[in-house]
Design a protein around this ligand. Structure first.
Ligand code: ZN
Length: 690
């Protein structure tokens, strides 16, 4: 058999919706498929570059946008599987393929004949009578090439390609090291003495995790966030909290084969060299040129605007925790592993609210219905389950997404549960992006295939999965990203969906979290899993009142991480320092309270080092929060969370435009004016009295 016939990745995907051939795909199919797809992509590009016709938008830009589709569909499948359903075999392929993929990307972006055509069109872009989206696509491609070194001389190009390849290997290694530390950790609780304080939902989740790993007589606390955070919140065993906290915060910082200290240091060193080749002093300067913020000063101004008020708020919170601990005759000196524990106690006293009372109203299946209902009321779209379609794991649910007229507009995969083969965190990704850039007039436009991943601890067999309010917010957040992919309505793939500037990308996700907090939505969907009773008004009021609780702690943890990220990428020396030492010095310099800690320390900061998309970019959540808080106020001003006029503008200018419009212009078109910072500060309780 020919390679194409024997390799399911290279045959046409004659599956429902053109989904990948999940059942037939094996780890060993990827490398030969990649090689075949590289060859095809390079042939497509050579054909564009060698076209005897003078460059036009159609024969160069549109054609380039269409090129590499075979590679993209294989690559998307590959990255989704390595994130959500990996295996030792796939990880071995990943380490090798990362280098080949980086080398291929360099070969494409350093094709001088192709760049000459793009550069010529770019120089004439004002006189080509292009539609606005076409002009934007041309500018994006030109920018991509320049960023990838198309204007470098031969020696610089060679060095640049080496750097990119080495970075690809290091960032792959970084993520695998974190996963190894997470899956190697096992805190097994045996007997009541170990489990004291844990509510039933924590016991159920950790009992299930133990059973999944063949432990019959205990509870297993893993380093999944949905285990570790509840454990730190409820366990009465201070010694075990300390043990769990130390394991969680030292991921990537152990001698041996999974040590990320040197990996992160080398990544920082190479990124600085990358930036200097482009004429920037630091990676932060280089990365920020392609953002709404534009410059380090704009980021620092925003972060410092919240840093001091957040520290002051955290200090007040600490006093309350200390007072409570003293009133119980317990420790006076609080450690980082005590914060969540005493915060939960204060929360129960102050707001009469405890997780175990809240969670029965947030069963996962009801919250998924809430997502779909909100999307339906806002945008007129519906989600129809396709239970007969099996994706890459039996837990993944597949939905056809339909527009108001009933026609399919996309496919949505929902992968909600933690498992050992999935990396931690929550994220959206795509198997196929929306576009209408057809090679032949009769071709079918590509419907987006979008996936949401979460890491919720699965309920015990026969029991529903119950979410905390934070978990439900994460569910809504990722679904907001999902809608950004599903509602995309552009012609060219380059500007489709989430391919936006990175300090805009969290706007569609974060604004969607607001609907979960709407009493109207809660009354309709937050129903007790046993009695079906809607969540009581009094409990909603308590949830609302408690929203600002512990925000000093959360804001300090986030902002400390964002400041350290920015500082690490603002380094200008040719050799990066030891990252642990650097982090310690930087935290001391900004006066970070040790008892609070950071969301992510550098040795496991996957946003920065398991890829590059958030390097010098962890600030984007706060940047987007300025936009989401200000943007959601438009619904408040209109008097309804489902106001159809505002919803229509939100869809048209935020969820559907992708990167076809410059983001500040898109926001102004939605809001009628630029954003203001006030609503974000109010949302976080950092102005006035909380
Ligand atoms: Zn997000």
């Amino acid at each position: 058999m020919s390679l194409a016939a024997s390799n399911p990745l290279l045959r046409p995907w004659n599956t429902p919706y053109g989904l990948p051939p999940f059942e037939e795909t094996r780890a060993e199919h990827f490398e030969p498929a990649f090689e075949a797809a590289f060859t095809q992509h390079l042939a497509e590009i050579d054909a564009i570059a060698a076209d005897p016709q003078a460059p036009t938008f159609e024969n160069t830009i549109a054609a380039f946008d269409r090129s590499g589709r075979l590679l993209r569909r294989i690559e998307n499948l590959f990255h989704n599987l390595t994130s959500s359903e990996t295996s030792p075999a796939l990880q071995a392929v990943e380490r090798r393929a990362a280098l080949r993929l980086a080398a291929h990307a360099s070969a494409v972006s350093m094709n001088r004949a192709l760049f000459a055509r793009i550069d010529a069109l770019h120089a004439q872009r004002e006189t080509l009578a292009l539609a606005p989206e076409q002009k934007r696509v041309l500018e994006r491609f030109h920018f991509d090439f320049v960023r990838a070194g198309a204007k470098f001389g031969a020696a610089e190009q060679k060095r640049y390609a080496q750097i990119m390849e080495r970075l690809a290997g290091l960032t792959t290694r970084f993520g695998q090291n974190v996963l190894a530390d997470e899956s190697n950790f096992r805190l097994v609780l045996r007997g009541e003495a170990d489990a004291v304080g844990l509510p039933e939902f924590v016991r159920a989740a950790t009992r299930q995790a133990a059973l999944d790993r063949g432990i019959e007589d205990g509870l297993l606390v893993t380093l999944a966030r949905s285990h570790i955070v509840p454990f730190l919140t409820f366990s009465e065993r201070r010694d075990l909290r300390e043990q769990a906290w130390r394991a969680w915060t030292s991921r990537g910082e152990h001698d041996g084969e999974h040590d990320n200290r040197q990996v992160a240091r080398e990544i920082l060193t190479l990124r600085n060299e990358q930036a200097r080749l482009h004429g920037f002093a630091s990676y932060a300067d280089y990365a920020l040129t392609d953002t709404m913020a534009g410059k380090q000063a704009a980021v620092t101004a925003l972060l410092t605007q919240v840093w001091e008020p957040a520290k002051a708020r955290a200090a007040e919170e600490l006093e309350a925790l200390r007072a409570l601990a003293l009133s119980r005759g317990e420790v006076a000196q609080l450690e980082p592993w005590d914060w969540r524990y005493y915060a939960e106690k204060v929360r129960q006293v102050r707001y009469d609210l405890d997780e175990a009372t809240v969670k029965p109203y947030f069963p996962l299946n009801r919250m998924v219905e809430a997502l779909f209902d909100c999307a339906q009321r806002l945008f007129g779209i519906s989600f129809v389950a396709q239970p007969e379609i099996r994706a890459y794991h039996p837990d993944v649910k597949v939905y056809e997404v339909r527009g108001a007229d009933g026609a399919p507009i996309g496919v949505f995969l929902h992968d909600n549960f933690a498992r050992a083969s999935k990396r931690s965190g929550a994220w959206m990704s795509s198997f196929r992006k929306q576009s209408r850039n057809l090679a032949n007039p009769g071709d079918q436009a590509a419907l987006p295939i979008i996936v949401n991943n979460n890491n919720f601890a699965k309920g015990a067999v026969g029991e529903p999965t119950l979410l905390s309010f934070d978990d439900a917010s994460t569910l809504f957040h990722e679904f907001g990203h999902g809608l950004h992919g599903l509602l995309s309505n552009v012609t060219y793939e380059r500007v489709s969906g989430t391919a936006v500037l990175r300090d805009f990308v969290e706007l569609p996700s974060q604004i969607f979290e607001h609907w979960l907090a709407e009493p109207e939505v809660l009354k309709r969907h937050a129903r007790h899993y046993q009695t079906d009773a809607p969540i009581p008004d009094a409990l909603i009021a308590k949830l609302q009142a408690a929203r600002l609780f512990n925000q000093g702690y959360e804001t300090v943890r986030y902002t400390a991480s964002a400041l350290v990220d920015m500082a690490a990428h603002a380094l200008t020396g040719a050799e990066a320092p030891d990252v642990v030492e650097f982090e310690r010095a930087e935290l001391a310099r900004i006066g970070a309270p040790a008892v609070v800690g950071m969301n992510h320390r550098l040795t496991h900061f996957q946003h920065l080092f398991a890829g590059s998309s958030y390097a010098a970019g962890y600030y984007v959540y706060l940047w987007a929060e300025v936009l989401d808080a200000d943007g959601y106020d438009a619904f408040k001003e209109a008097g309804s969370p489902f106001d159809p006029v505002v919803a229509q503008r939100l869809r048209e200018f935020i969820y559907s435009t992708g990167n076809s419009i410059e983001p500040s212009a898109a926001y102004r078109a939605f809001r009628g004016r630029g954003p203001t910072v006030g609503p974000m500060l109010k949302q976080r309780g950092l102005v006035g009295s909380a």
